[in-house]
Write a protein of this length. Structure first.
Length: 317
């Protein structure tokens, strides 16, 4: 079975739009009665699932892989799940409940369920936007550095050209370096026809200024998840996944909004594909989502288990 990840597609169109490039699709409470608009879709052998339910399914699987005493401690808590992928950002708030109403003890380990409370989805905010912001700034920088040269500017570095690709790859290298060190150096080969290689140095402080408009969008997307029935202070667990979530500028926003809440990293970057596989597996079997897993099973093992039943979890973003 093949899984296909479709970014920015819409499951049910109801006329609900998004705010242009800064659009946030926001839904609160009882999502199944409203429909799924403007979310990323995952298609598994003709079965279509939106990214929100895939995230919830993967998280449910994840928390049930914890040890008995850890499961007991999670009951009744609310968690914020933050995913920033290549081109979009999804924030989901869930409440963890025990499936059984029987008294909860370690000897009677509960099977947990993650209940969706609200979410925010921004189809115009992803890690590629950080590359683009740095790309534009470096073009301005080199234009100022070589004012007498007319071969390095936004007009001469054409999209899709070799110089364009080299500069974008250089931006990606700088972004990755700044995730680990305060100052990044990069050399873009043959960027200028007249001057050849061009060297760039970018500090973390400078980078934060370049992407401050994106930082504001991250803040807005997270805050939009909070609805009438929820509150920032209710969040006791915070899980981040997706390549963009590892950037310090993104983590600073999360830490500022949720002081005292540790950034968890129990979710794999492939959690959306895993969630789709779990949903499809149980739909084909005609059963409810199965959340009982062997204690200590990680997402890779769970994915392999799902694949053995005939579900392929591979997805392309």
């Amino acid at each position: 079975m093949e899984a296909c990840y479709i970014a920015g597609m819409s499951g049910q169109q109801s006329g609900k739009g998004v705010d242009g490039r800064n659009g946030i699709d926001h839904l609160q409470h009882e999502p199944n009665t409203t429909g799924n608009q403007h979310q990323d879709l995952v298609v598994v052998t003709g079965h279509v699932y939106d990214s929100i339910e895939c995230i919830v399914a993967a998280y449910t699987r994840r928390i049930n892989a914890l040890r008995p005493h850890e499961r007991v401690e999670l009951v009744g808590k609310r968690a914020m799940l933050f995913h920033m992928g290549h081109s979009s950002t999804t924030v989901v708030m869930v409440e963890i409940k025990a499936r059984s109403s029987e008294p909860i003890t370690i000897s009677a380990t509960p099977i947990l369920e993650a209940h969706l409370l609200s979410y925010s989805y921004n189809p115009a905010l992803g890690s590629v936007d950080y590359d683009d912001a740095l790309y534009k700034q470096l073009l301005l920088t080199v234009g100022e550095r070589y004012k007498g040269s007319n071969d390095i500017n936004a007009d001469t570095v054409k999209k899709g050209s070799k110089r364009d690709i080299r500069l974008m790859l250089g931006c990606e290298r700088i972004k990755k370096l700044l995730s680990t060190i305060p100052t990044a150096h990069a050399t873009i080969e043959n960027l200028s026809e007249s001057r050849g290689d061009v060297n760039f140095t970018v500090t973390s402080a400078e980078y934060e200024v370049y992407v401050q408009h994106l930082t504001a969008m991250v803040h807005k997307t997270i805050v939009s998840t909070v609805t009438d029935g929820t509150d920032m202070n209710d969040v006791k667990l915070l899980e981040i996944f997706g390549g963009g979530s590892r950037m310090p500028v993104v983590q600073h926003v999360l830490k500022g909004l949720f002081p005292g809440v540790s950034l968890g990293a129990k979710m794999e970057d492939t959690s959306i594909a895993l969630g789709a596989s779990l949903l499809c597996q149980n739909e084909l079997a005609g059963s409810v989502v199965e959340t009982e897993v062997e204690v200590g099973m990680d997402n890779a093992t769970a994915t392999e288990s799902a694949t053995e039943t005939g579900t392929d979890t591979d997805a392309t973003a």
